[in-house]
Design a protein around this ligand. Structure first.
Ligand code: SAT
Ligand code: MN
Length: 595
């Protein structure tokens, strides 16, 4: 929206939503603490033990509002065709009036907060400005952690930056003297997470949780930004960014696309088990990829905080995350210990007694988990002990390699290097994962295809998305493009145990990838791509049986031939894909047949 329309738009939306008052957020720490304390006094949050976890708070959502709701997420483009077969679509001519009716009076009895924010470092070429209006103080506090927000951003917008208007209401207006709920929200069939790509507009109604409500994240930085990127020549991707330094001090930046709750945060914060290597974090969830005059691809992290999965996080599995959340952290849907600290499954041995995320008394051995599987921590990126200084660099970081992968118990080897950029895009297109708890679904555990982990986040037709990948390489030498790798940390054996230790040992895979770029590691050509030569893959100090290794790098011809046909069928469900992908599909089939 034109920056000159800021006040007009705010007034118009306030007139519609009818809040009792309007608060313009200055983005200060005082404001943040005041809002948190106010929510404590209203029984909406718990202040955690100050001596154990300073300046930290816990929130508990309504049990019906615990994750992104993909079924209620819409790309409301003017033409259905522009949303493509993978998005829910409603004609904006129908959705706009419907939602206008819902927003009418939706903020009664509440404060409307005005949050000016920017995704990306101030001054970066592709940074996107936004203003979120919300009636949720929880959202304000989370947005302050996750984005660069406040008065100074409003000044920049008013001095001439167009912005993405983002309207959000939890959808629970209060009648005069009506008592509020601890976590107000609307019933599922009234929730709408709506994107109007042509207008670059976001309207979200009825949910207060995560990606449904913190509109800078999935809504702006992925769905709307992916569409802007398609038009303006960059890519908005669901990827972590890590900085890898070898023992000689040489640095490379690696991106990784993995679906929600598949360990992006863990990989971005990994502590290598191989001596002399260092991983630092640039981002853990979103990367925007753009081309510079040198023809090479660079990335920035548009966010400024982590909204990470708590469950399973421990000093053993992710030391850096645990250090990051020792203070100044907002927790959502974790369990609370007797001394007012946090607990979740996988953190350590469970205490005898807890307050569960449902605020019920919980005893060790109870069937239901104490923390929700999608419990989260919100924490400023500056608190990561292994933060890379480049996280705020508006120039971005040069991309050496891109990892793609999911959670697959069978078929997919530990690591495979693509033969070419096109082959790499093909690998991204076939990504699949067993469904996780980050989105509400009845199919947890089943495999679904999730190209580049972007299935729920592409703001336009998926076919055009693939084309955009191929467009990104135009005018750039193949050798200047990032190398793409398919990885799978989650292979299981017949007994159902993970075959690869994962976590810090994933540094062994990163090392091989790094050394491939340096030209010092060998690979073996297989039908799937290039896999590590035994002598080039560092297994020092790791007691892995030879048969385990063989399993990790095996190519199951039959399984892959059926994967090829499955993929072909998947492409058809998309209404076809660009020729480059079919060519890669045939090339893979040929290589398999010859093997
Ligand atoms: O979309 S959320 O921000 O709620 C978390 C995720 O799915 O990665
Ligand atoms: Mn994510």
């Amino acid at each position: 929206m034109d920056y000159r329309k800021v006040n007009e738009w705010i007034t118009e939306m306030a007139t519609l939503c009818k809040p009792d008052r309007i608060h313009f957020c200055d983005g200060s720490k005082e404001e943040y603490i005041k809002l948190l304390e106010q929510q404590v006094s209203e029984n909406k949050a718990i202040k955690l033990n100050e001596s154990k976890r300073p300046c930290s708070y816990a929130f508990f959502s309504d049990p019906s509002d615990v994750a992104r709701v993909e079924d209620r997420t819409f790309i409301s483009s003017v033409l259905k065709e522009d949303a493509g077969p993978t998005n829910n679509w409603i004609d904006p001519k129908i959705l706009k009036p419907k939602m206008t009716e819902l927003f009418d009076g939706s903020m009664k009895g509440r404060t409307m907060f005005v949050i000016p924010f920017v995704m990306g470092p101030v001054g970066a070429l592709i940074s996107q400005y936004g203003i979120q209006l919300t009636d949720s103080p929880y959202v304000v506090c989370n947005m302050r952690v996750m984005t660069r927000m406040g008065e100074h951003i409003m000044d920049i917008i008013e001095s001439g930056k167009d912005f993405v208007p983002c309207l959000h209401s939890v959808g629970y207006p209060l009648a005069h003297n009506q008592k509020d709920l601890p976590w107000p929200s609307a019933p599922i069939d009234q929730k709408y997470i709506a994107h109007f790509p042509e207008e670059r507009l976001i309207w979200s109604y009825g949910s207060g949780y995560g990606g449904n409500a913190l509109l800078g994240k999935k809504c702006l930085a992925l769905r709307i930004a992916s569409k802007i990127g398609k038009e303006e020549g960059f890519m908005a991707e669901h990827m972590l960014i890590l900085k890898l330094t070898n023992p000689k001090g040489i640095v490379k930046y690696i991106l990784g696309a993995f679906p929600s709750a598949c360990g992006k945060t863990n990989l971005a914060m990994l502590i290598p088990t191989i001596p002399g290597w260092k991983v630092e974090t640039v981002g853990d969830d979103i990367a925007w990829i753009f081309k510079k005059d040198d023809g090479k691809l660079y990335a920035i992290n548009p966010e400024k905080g982590f909204f990470g999965v708590a469950k399973g996080t421990s000093y053993q599995t992710n030391y850096n995350a645990m250090k990051s959340i020792e203070k100044n952290t907002i927790f959502t849907n974790v369990a609370i210990t007797k001394d007012n600290d946090v607990y979740w499954e996988g953190m350590e041995e469970a205490p005898d007694e807890l307050l569960s995320w449902k605020k019920q008394l919980w005893h060790r051995g109870d069937k239901e988990p104490a923390a929700h599987p999608n419990s989260r921590f919100t924490v400023p990126i500056e608190q990561a002990p292994n933060l890379a200084k480049e996280y705020d660099d508006k120039e971005g970081v040069l991309i050496s390699a891109i990892l793609v992968g999911g959670r697959r118990a069978t078929t997919i080897p530990l690591v495979t290097e693509a033969y070419s950029f096109n082959h790499g895009v093909f690998m991204g297109s076939m990504m699949g994962s067993e469904i996780t708890a980050a989105a509400i679904s009845n199919n947890i555990g089943k495999v679904r295809r999730d190209p580049f982990a972007m299935l729920p986040f592409i703001g336009y037709h998926i076919k055009d998305y693939f084309t955009h990948w191929f467009d990104m390489k135009k005018g750039t030498k193949e050798s200047d493009l990032p190398k793409i790798y398919y990885v799978n940390w989650f292979r299981k054996n017949d007994k159902g145990d993970f075959v690869w230790p994962g976590f810090g040992d994933n540094s062994r895979v990163l090392k091989w990838i790094f050394e491939r770029q340096e030209g010092t590691a060998n690979g073996i050509e297989t039908p799937l791509g290039i896999m590590p030569d035994k002598d080039s893959f560092d297994l020092d100090g790791l007691n892995l049986e030879q048969n385990v290794l063989d399993e990790l790098f095996s190519v199951d011809k039959e399984a892959w031939l059926s994967e090829v046909e499955d993929l072909r069928a998947y492409y058809e469900t998309l209404g076809g894909v660009p020729k480059e992908l079919y060519d890669e599909l045939e090339a893979l089939k040929d290589r398999l047949m010859k093997a």
